[in-house]
Design a protein around this ligand. Sequence first.
Ligand code: ZN
Ligand code: FE
Length: 508
Amino acid sequence: MSDSDGLKRALSRALMAGLQIDAKAMEALRGLGPADAESAIEAMISEAKASGDFVIRFEAVQRILSSKGGEGPRAGGAPTGKAALPHPARDYEADIRILRGSGAVQPQGSGPEEFSSLFRSRFEALSKILRRRMDAKDATGIAEALEARKGDPVKFIAMVYEKVERERGLVISVEDPEASAAVLVPKDRRELFDLSMAIPLDQVVCISGKRGAGDLFIADEILLPDVPDRRVEPPGLPLNAVLLSDLHVGSRTFMDGPFRRFLAWLRGDLGGGDLRAIARAVKYLIIAGDLVDGVGVYPDHERDLAIPDLYKQYEKAAELLQGVPDYVELIIIPGNHDPVRQAIPQPPIPRDYAEPLLEARAVISLGNPAELLIHGLSFLAYHGRSLDDLMASAPGPEGRKPEAGMELLLKCRHLSPQYGGKTPTAPIRNDLLVIEDPPDVFQAGHVHVFGFRSYRGTKLVNCGAWQSQTDYQRRMGLEPTPCIAPILSFADFNLQRIDFSSEALELI
Ligand code: ZN
Ligand code: FE
């Protein structure tokens, strides 16, 4: 009798008994020898009769086999008699260069001197990026533009410091290190008006238009530094990176089940053949902050905590992440729920807290933001707190998509353009939040809504979350989209998504 005959016989017996077998359980049964499959099914038939549940699930197969003293179905392992499946993540060496985020950046005081030095550095860095554009190369400063006669064309670089909507249009107050002026964006210039409404305060822009009366200019075009359009060459390796964020371990709403499902998939224990092949190529796992839910992050936070102790939250995170196969490189950065200085750039999670995790496995623990070169692809990992400010002031529903917020950050070439708001910025003399080089992959989280798009060659990914809706989010009307794992391919630079929210893993 062949293996498949034995399995068929066992299955038909189960079907005769009125049982249904879900896809994963079926796969697990297929991986067993005929005798094991038969006796497992036999046991499940009597179990089903006793419980009244006539669906055989993967977990039941596992449980029954382990109670028999076997090891349980080792899905992903090669079925006996067949050649081992390719496992590139195990076979390929990691190739990571940390470009930034490895050390702590110390604030240098918080006096007016640091503040003005920070702004001067931002102005210079963004002006330089703007002047690389063909259409902004010949821009002047405000003082020179003010010398033009009424009606003459002008083009200058300036920082936005106030926007006021008037009947005629939007009046933008601008300044540079020498002078200040006002710019009118007429309401009838719809497209320009909408763009101006979306430009964050403190952003450096290039304005072209006409000299008006007094210290006024009439805008004709406003340019953000933006990124040049380019084509990213994928490294062509059969490897993947999984991009996650916002686990919120320790919260009552942390989605433990789906996250364990994700880990089981990563280890090759879950999913159909295609999904397992994707898992066997996962060489990198980058988590962009909010590993734990923290304590005292907002008023009455303790009510929402299943684990009220920060150290214990990291112990639980360590216990979970220990389930990440050892050949996967794990890279973490902090978010606003992790116990680190809130002002960005944030240093890495202090060893004191991260200890259980660092002891459980190898971890590359970096600050927020961090920049990495992986097989030649540049990754910018940023938790994304400033997206709150950007998305709150976005004029339309489009702007409230996290990927639209990320696109705007890229256009601004700055991770937190608007000073203040909800995003504390460390007073550091050189503005380290300027995006000097456009990344190939820009990863963020914080918003708890999954979203992605390509913008001028860069892949923008907001990783969603592994936490279901909190009371706070319910009050704010925020509907999170948790448990989606985006997977970036080093073969073709495409982004696949697996939804882990239900037992039937879904490639979306
Ligand atoms: Zn979060
Ligand atoms: Fe966050």
